[in-house]
Design a protein around this ligand. Structure first.
Ligand code: PLP
Length: 366
């Protein structure tokens, strides 16, 4: 048996005929940029998240970058302001802050949830700190209640990196509806994935939304009239069409992933393996099922021999990346432990019962 970490072709197979219809309609329409598919998706995804506005953009990194740039254009952030961000995040969160000429302030996560530790965030905060970027890593909502308390105390903007958390709910509020604004990615491997790059911003702030619609399109609302120094980062019309096909099934796929999660959590029993924390609420959509083990390379090698694909999210912490020498002197013991020990198991709606059985058996025999 060969079980790849993620078989995107298989994942998209059930949508094949509807994708082909979409392509034919798209080609025939003769309208390829910012058309009905983008507008339909923006309305649909805003509705899905329970927010007023959704702005489709080129990808998840741009979604986050444009949020920061928009706040700078509005005068709510200034170049050089600090942004609290978990030290163990995917590098895109940190790049977005840097692209907007803001200063990332790396904060240790909680080992249990892998999300930013609000107590540590408060300790790291300085007078120039103006925002917090809460990353819902692996699909689990950050502790948004405590993050909001912190934000109120120090007057910080709250921005969500929801690239891994489409559909996660806490206290009846979805990812994308917890921050002043949120960035989403629809990269093909994400929980809601396009057939190429795609992203979106959600917000309830109409003033922010207005400037974002402009910034993603050359800083222009009326063609050839430019109010801002903008970008070209529009959600692609064809990718929006693909996302319109998949959006109604986003929760179905999450439910299927979760039934596998329940099996993993109850049936994987091996003292060498630390399973992810999960309180069985709706606050986690399990973009990834991440375990920890002390001798990760041995476990990954063993699983590979059994034909089971795994990945590491992520092998090198941002503060040790060559691209970010400004952080090389810093030490984050929890973050470093996470990057040393984590391993992601296959988890997606294409896995068969026999495949899940084989994965559990292999882990228990390790
Ligand atoms: C995927 C991802 C991004 C970036 O999204 P892209 O669409 O690949 O640019 C940002 N943050 C996190 C946490 C991600 O997982």
């Amino acid at each position: 048996m060969k079980i790849p970490f993620l078989d995107l072709k298989k994942l998209n197979k059930p949508y094949e005929s509807r994708f082909q219809e979409k392509f034919t309609t798209f080609l025939d329409s003769g309208w390829y940029i910012l058309g009905n598919e983008v507008r339909t998706f923006e309305a649909g995804f805003a509705n899905y998240c329970g927010v007023k506005h959704c702005i489709g953009v080129g990808n998840g990194l741009d979604a986050l970058t444009l949020i920061f740039k928009a706040y700078i254009a509005l005068g709510k952030l200034q170049k050089g302001d600090g942004v609290l961000v978990p030290a163990n995040t995917y590098i895109a969160s940190i790049l977005a802050i840097l692209q907007a000429e803001l200063v990332p302030i790396l904060v240790e996560p909680e080992l249990e949830t892998y999300n930013i530790d609000p107590l540590e965030a408060e300790k790291q905060r300085t007078e120039t700190t103006k925002a917090i970027l809460a990353v819902h890593l692996y699909g689990q909502l950050s502790d948004m209640v405590r993050i909001h308390k912190l934000a109120e105390k120090y007057n910080l903007l709250v921005i969500e990196d929801a690239a891994q958390a489409h559909g996660a709910v806490l206290n009846g509020r979805k990812a994308g509806n917890w921050g002043d604004a949120a960035g989403f990615s629809f990269y093909p491997g994400k929980n809601l994935g396009a057939l190429g790059d795609a992203g979106a911003i959600t917000t309830n702030d109409s003033e922010l939304a207005k400037i974002l619609y402009s910034l993603r399109n050359y800083g222009s609302e009326i063609k050839y009239v430019n109010d801002h120094i903008g970008y070209n980062s529009r959600l692609d019309e064809f990718q929006a069409g693909i996302l319109n096909v998949k959006l109604p099934d986003a929760d179905v796929e999450a439910t299927e992933r979760k039934s596998i999660v329940k099996r993993y959590l109850s049936e994987i029993q091996n003292p060498k393996i630390a399973l992810p924390y999960y309180d069985f609420s709706e606050n986690h959509v399990f973009h990834l099922f991440v375990i920890r083990t002390e001798n990760r390379e041995a476990l990954a090698g063993y699983l590979e021999e059994k034909g089971i694909g795994t990945l590491i999210h992520y092998p090198i912490p941002p503060h040790q990346q060559k691209a970010l020498p400004q952080f090389h002197g810093l030490s984050f013991p929890i973050t470093e432990k996470i990057h040393r020990e984590v391993l992601s198991l296959p988890l997606n709606s294409t896995l068969t019962t026999a495949e899940v059985d084989a994965i559990i058996l292999a882990l228990n025999n390790y």
